[in-house]
Write a protein that binds this ligand. Structure first.
Ligand SMILES: [Zn+2]
Length: 381
């Protein structure tokens, strides 16, 4: 396949007029003889997006714990241009989490043959259960636990290595430093749903934690005398941070300020989307709790806390550009290359470089999705 007349997004985060050749599911240097030719009509050609923190869509949640749910989620995401996914688990009983993780591992074994039009399952992002009840957000406090190395090892084993991030609230656990030292290298330790102050967050980062779950949300506010997790993230160059750019969770001005304060190579756009994404307004559940969805807002029926988003990552990226005024080049990097690097898959995905899996999206000049290609195959939007 040859896609000609496109603005090709490069690894240097620029657009260059050119064409893209695909053969046997991969990007290649030269046009394969006899292949299909598509006129891109001057569209932007960007890598398929990668969402490394979301819960569900189309009525399904990753924590439903069925292969059917993962398959449906993967199909919806690919159809909207999110060709790589690392769904998130909620705070649930350990037995239930182990079941969800092993279900994901067995889905992965046959996904290539049985769900070829689904987004690639690249990992799992565990948001609980080692978090703080004080910043639980929409997580169920009854299942929160102190962080434990043996439990974490069980999670990694059940998922057959799919778990890439595990969240902790370091201020809650005297053993947090030891936990980080023992687990780093096997899984990324993130600060998640935490009430940590600046010093506690800095100590966790110094021990080896290197990821932050939805910066600003479910953590202390960033203020001039108490910079908290946000200030500690800015001051720790090895740490990556997720941002929910659905236009509801973070004010556009704060998103712009964050991009001035933290190098864009450390920022990841995520959707944090829940099962009502792609569905009408109404009542849904998240992690066993009831959620009311109205327009682009999902909140707990009891207490009103924000309960994830109802905006897929493609729409979040478009909001980041069109409503938050981030440069397109930056927003694309933070929804493609950066998450691929965070997940450790940049060698095979996350850019349009020859040799990599051919996952790409064509966007018109006003960012309407024209075409999605996953592993070299066209997916109908
Ligand atoms: Zn989440």
């Amino acid at each position: 396949m040859l896609i000609k007349n496109v603005k090709v997004y490069t690894e240097e985060k620029t657009f260059q007029d050119g064409e893209i050749a695909i053969e046997n599911g991969r990007f290649v240097k030269d046009f394969p003889a006899g292949g299909k030719v598509i006129d891109g009509g001057g569209c932007y050609a960007i890598p398929g997006l990668i969402d490394l923190h979301f819960h569900g869509c189309k009525g399904f949640d990753f924590c439903d714990g069925t292969e059917e749910a993962i398959a449906e989620i993967a199909r919806y995401e690919a159809a909207v241009g999110v060709t790589g996914i690392a769904p998130a688990t909620m705070t649930l009983p350990v037995e239930e989490l182990l079941h969800i993780l092993s279900t994901a591992a067995s889905y992965k074994e046959t996904a290539k043959e049985e769900n070829p039009k689904g987004a690639e399952l690249l990992g799992i992002n565990m948001e609980g259960p080692f978090i703080s009840a004080k910043k639980k957000g929409a997580q169920d406090a009854r299942h929160i636990l102190a962080c434990r190395v043996d439990t974490c090892r069980e999670f990694l084993k059940a998922s057959q290595g799919l778990v890439k991030f595990i969240g902790i609230a370091p201020e809650e656990n005297a053993q947090a430093t030891e936990f980080i030292r023992q687990m780093k290298g096997q899984v990324h330790i993130s600060l998640a749903h935490t009430n940590a102050d600046y010093d506690t967050a800095m100590a966790a980062f110094a021990s080896g934690a290197d990821h932050v779950v939805h910066l600003y949300n479910a953590m202390p506010a960033f203020t001039h005398r108490a910079p908290g997790v946000v200030g500690a993230t800015a001051d720790s160059p090895h740490v990556r941070a997720e941002l929910i750019c659905d236009g509801v969770h973070i004010h556009p001005s704060v998103v712009r300020a964050t991009f001035r304060m933290i190098d864009e190579d450390r920022l990841l756009l995520i959707s944090d989307s829940m099962r009502a994404t792609g569905m009408p307004n109404g009542r849904y559940t998240l992690g066993g709790l009831e959620v009311e969805v109205l327009g682009n807002r999902a909140s707990l029926v009891k207490g009103g806390a924000l309960a994830g988003s109802v905006t897929n990552l493609m729409d979040c990226m478009k909001i980041a550009v069109q409503k938050m005024r981030l440069p397109l080049e930056t927003a694309v990097a933070c929804a493609t290359m950066q998450p691929a690097k965070a997940l450790g898959v940049y060698e095979s995905r996350g850019s349009l470089t020859p040799g990599k899996a051919a996952d790409l999206v064509l966007l018109t000049r006003d960012l309407k999705t024209q075409l999605v290609i996953k592993d070299g195959k066209e997916i109908t939007v």
